[in-house]
Design a protein around this ligand. Structure first.
Ligand code: NAI
Length: 320
């Protein structure tokens, strides 16, 4: 039986993988994959990694020396690997390109509605028998202009929901999506999207081109009071520039499911430790900022699909 080592494995990974696996010897490792932890995969036929595992050139060289050259990503984005090094070392990589775009799209809507109707505040107030509405004034989504950057699978699923809310839909992408055009999405350049959208949501991958896409200049073009949502990758935002814009009130609402330095924070219970990331801590102080810890993908349906596809990817990789 082939052995697979899963890094960054949580209890839910074990639950879902054990439920669907009948082929492999699965070894679950709680630690993140880094150059320091790579040796834990010794004796494995392949490894399985997640979004915050660190597949640097150094890590890949160690894996290669251990005779491991097959990596299954149990996620869509593969921005956490040095692709040049992986290619030159002859690694085979497989990811889960599509599992449930609706899971992330619905989470995006959750963030928008939480911010627009202040559910995060209302929840706490009612818990304390405070039924005052002062400060909870929201805004309708109906009639608002929403700009989606990256109109692939998740962007399209988000646009479909927003159409139901009665929003005017703007899109920006390197490649137009015919299905988005059928929905009535107007493709515009970035500057137009920034200047016209009341709500902007990011659904493009993190690449050299999109790194810090939302920076001081982009923010200066946005409408005062804009709602900005990022469920894609933290590196799309220049976070200090975002904080400066929140401080002046230019950004009206910010919803995040990802954060550039999330690899040192997310997916662990840190409630009894001191968080040393002052940028993240500053973000948490704003009343108009809602942050979730990379849970967009975390639905029963999405996890089932991720696990089934990953096991099938491993099967294909190890057959060759
Ligand atoms: P996709 O590949 O279907 O769509 C991405 C779209 O972005 C494509 O249409 C592509 O042409 C476009 N794009 C690429 N570079 C661009 C640029 N410079 N400017 C504008 N558009 C650009 O990918 P999918 O499945 O929709 O996922 C999007 C992103 O969502 C992933 O890259 C990943 O980072 C993130 N994600 C987040 C999850 C979460 O749990 N929060 C879960 C899954 C994905």
């Amino acid at each position: 039986m082939k052995t697979i080592t899963l890094f960054s494995a949580k209890s839910y990974d074990k639950t879902f993988f054990d439920l669907h696996n009948n082929k492999f010897n699965l070894q679950y490792i709680d630690a993140r994959l880094t150059a320091e932890t790579a040796v834990l995969a010794k004796g494995s036929d392949a490894i399985c990694v997640f979004v915050n595992d660190e597949l640097s050139q150094k890590t890949l060289i160690i894996l290669n020396e251990l005779g491991i050259n097959k990596i299954a990503f149990r996620c869509a984005g593969i921005n956490n690997i040095d692709l040049t090094a992986a290619k030159s070392l002859g690694f085979t990589l497989m990811n889960v390109p599509a599992y449930s775009p609706e899971a992330i799209a619905e989470h995006t809507l959750g963030l928008i509605l939480t911010l627009s109707r202040k559910y995060h505040k209302a929840y706490n107030r009612v818990k304390e028998d405070n039924f005052s509405l002062t400060g909870l004034l929201g805004f309708n989504l109906h009639g608002k202009t929403v700009g989606i950057i990256g109109t692939g699978k998740i962007g399209l699923a988000t646009l479909k929901i927003l159409k139901g809310f009665g929003c005017k839909l703007l899109g920006h992408d390197l490649i137009k999506n015919a299905k988005a055009e059928e929905l009535g999405v107007d493709y515009v350049d970035l500057d137009t999207l920034y200047s016209q959208a009341d709500i902007i949501s990011l659904h493009c991958p993190l690449t050299d081109l999109t790194h810090h896409l939302i920076n001081k200049k982009a923010l200066s073009l946005m409408k005062p009071g804009v709602t900005l949502i990022n469920t894609s990758r933290g590196g799309l935002l220049d976070t200090p520039a975002i904080i400066a814009s929140l401080k002046t009130g230019h950004i009206g609402y910010l919803g995040l499911d990802v954060y550039e330095q999330e690899d040192k924070l997310f997916f662990e219970d840190r409630s009894n430790t001191i968080i040393n990331d002052d940028v993240f801590q500053r973000l948490l102080t704003f009343p108009n900022v809602v942050i979730t810890g990379h849970q967009g993908f975390f639905t029963e349906e999405a996890l089932t699909c991720i696990v089934q596809t990953t096991l099938s990817n491993l099967d294909k990789m190890l057959a060759s």
